[in-house]
Write a new protein. Sequence first.
Length: 413
Amino acid sequence: MSNGLERLERLLGAQETAWLVERARRRLEQGRPLAGTVTLGAASPEQRRAIERLLGRRAGTGTSLSVSLDEVDRVLRSSGACHDGLAAAVVLLHGPVRDLPRENAEREAAWRDAFAELDAVVTARPELRGWRSWLDATGQVRRSASGPDEARILLDQLAEVLRRLPSPGIPIGRLAAESCGDAHALDEGRPLATPAMSAARALGGLPYASEGTADARRKAWAAVGVHLDDLSSTVVCLGLPGDDRTPTGRMLAAAREAGEPCVLTLRQLCRHERPIAAGLVRICENPVVVSAAADGLGPLCPGLVCVGGRPSAAVWRLLDLLAAGGTGFAYHGDFDWGGVGIATAVHERVGWRPWRYDVASYEATPSLAPLAGRPRPTPWDPALSAAMVRRAVRVEEELVLSDLLADLAADQR
């Protein structure tokens, strides 16, 4: 060992000066200059004597011990203990110093790269931007992955899932297999399940955080056309014509004859391959309309289908069968931004004419309920969206139930 290094070990290499070297090292790692003063609270007599030997003078009195880094640097250079000063001394005593700013910058760059595919999807989907910010704020992805490399695999799969949503109707296992190469990738408990479901909730106009129940999970996926199984996805209808040749047709015919609502599963509808011809079918958003129509009109009620919020795979399948049979549609829903989103999805899928779902009907209905959420366009009546922004109240179907029932009565077959 050279004389200089021996002197350096005596001056700074002891346990009593370890705190000073550690403070200097921390500053170097953070890219801060070795200037100014560092202070050790409740310094021991041994620590005080070590600093006095280093500086060649008394280190003051009191319980705390303050040391000038500039002075330490000058002493090391002038004494020959380390001609290159304190920064070089730290390296000689404890090895290379990490460059934390560079490491942090590289790590953040790696995280940005990990999110690149997902961010490309979000850029093209404005409705996901709020969810993307929420994803960052919760730290959900960073907690679930060991680092950017592992996260990138997860996020690329998530981006592929989102490219396929909303779906006209797909089993979750098939969505997972086609998006991730693993039919169980979206199963509850898997790393992808939580961020994927929060994104599904965002697309469905639901709060990003899940309630954690099986029913909440089923509804979140149903809102984007994904079903967990073909029995839990259902649709409520009333007055649709049936037939005597198929099981589903016989169910519809019996329910129509009895004047009772009929609940059909996706399984039943997927096994019914014949188009359903029903003339004009009215579509409502809430099941209360179907219940009231059954009570008031019974077997005389014309065709009525309830989307029940964001349409499930069963709803889409029934509407497709009706459209294939040449059925026309008239639509009514809640006058709020969630309702507008649902109406738009149905309009894009099968087309419809407004059923008291236009600007005149909105402005004619008294309401004090505040309208919240992000405005959406209303392509079937562009003036409606502007009126809703201006008036800023929501109008739910229950407020116009008597008018809807009167229209159904006028349609009686």
